[in-house]
Design a protein around this ligand. Structure first.
Ligand SMILES: Nc1ncnc2c1ncn2[C@@H]1O[C@H](COP(=O)(O)OP(=O)(O)O)[C@@H](O)[C@H]1O
Ligand SMILES: [Mg+2]
Length: 232
């Protein structure tokens, strides 16, 4: 089943997700949908289950119950091999602390997902270089993550998340560790690139300045999702 922008069928649809960590019920029947190409902000207090939701939606973690449907496939039921293929090819993920590989240069961090997907090294490095340029970190290719500023490292992490041309980028408080100027640069780079390439973004944040970049916002509280400021 294909799913073009403007289709009434969401690209990603989660229904009634329940997920407990030990005795803590992080999600208690959370439902959310993401349409192709849209930028959706998920807000909520610290500890409200935002990261747990992102992990369930991106196939990193299986929910205890409920369903996650991505483009017609039930992620919650897929075998691990197909899930990891989807995570590699269709999804990009950015965390609060970029989680770049410290031993690799900026260029090689961005080239890595392409190498894992079988792209030859010269081609992977050329593409990685183009993405670094788009994110304004040209000239830093040979630096290692520890030699970059926080904002530069996050832009490298964005380049790494987008280099394979995913349909969805999941971003978990991508500006949470940055000052407001660096945060703005990261958000501008992310939203500009996503809109240009039609990539949907699920953006987790508790910063209203950050959620302002989204088309739509939902709030997570008590383990469930409530719509906020629905645009369409
Ligand atoms: N791996 C874990 N083990 C135990 N408790 C966890 C774990 N991950 C999250 N939690 C708990 O689940 C709740 C939701 O956490 P989380 O999804 O990280 O929320 P948020 O991202 O909104 O801060 C919190 O009470 C948190 O302490
Ligand atoms: Mg979190």
């Amino acid at each position: 089943m294909s799913n073009q922008e403007g289709s009434p069928v969401p690209l990603l649809l989660a229904r009634d997700l329940v997920k407990a960590h030990g005795r803590t019920e992080a999600l208690r029947g959370a439902s959310v949908e993401l349409r192709a190409g849209e930028i959706l902000a998920v807000t909520g207090a610290s500890g409200s289950g935002k990261s747990t939701l992102l992990h369930c939606l991106s196939g990193i973690v299986r929910p205890d119950s409920g369903s996650v449907t991505y483009d017609g496939e039930r992620l919650d039921q897929l075998p691990e091999q197909r899930l990891s293929e989807l995570r590699r090819t269709e999804f990009g993920v950015v965390f609060q602390f970029g989680q770049l590989i410290p031993e690799l240069t900026a260029l090689d961090n961005v080239a890595l997902p392409l190498l894992l997907a079988g792209t030859r090294r010269p081609q992977a490095q050329a593409q990685a270089g183009e993405w670094l340029e788009r994110f304004g970190v040209r000239g830093q290719e040979e630096l290692r993550p520890g030699e970059l500023s926080g904002g530069q490292a996050q832009r490298v992490a964005l380049a790494r998340a987008l280099v394979t041309g995913p349909r969805i980028v999941f971003a978990d408080e991508p500006t949470g560790a940055l000052d407001s100027l660096a945060g703005e640069q990261v958000m501008t780079a992310l939203t500009h690139t996503a809109r240009e390439s039609g990539t949907a973004v699920l953006l987790i944040t508790h910063d209203a300045q950050v959620s302002a970049y989204a088309d739509r916002e939902v709030r997570l509280a008590d383990g469930t999702v409530t719509p906020l400021g629905v645009a369409a």
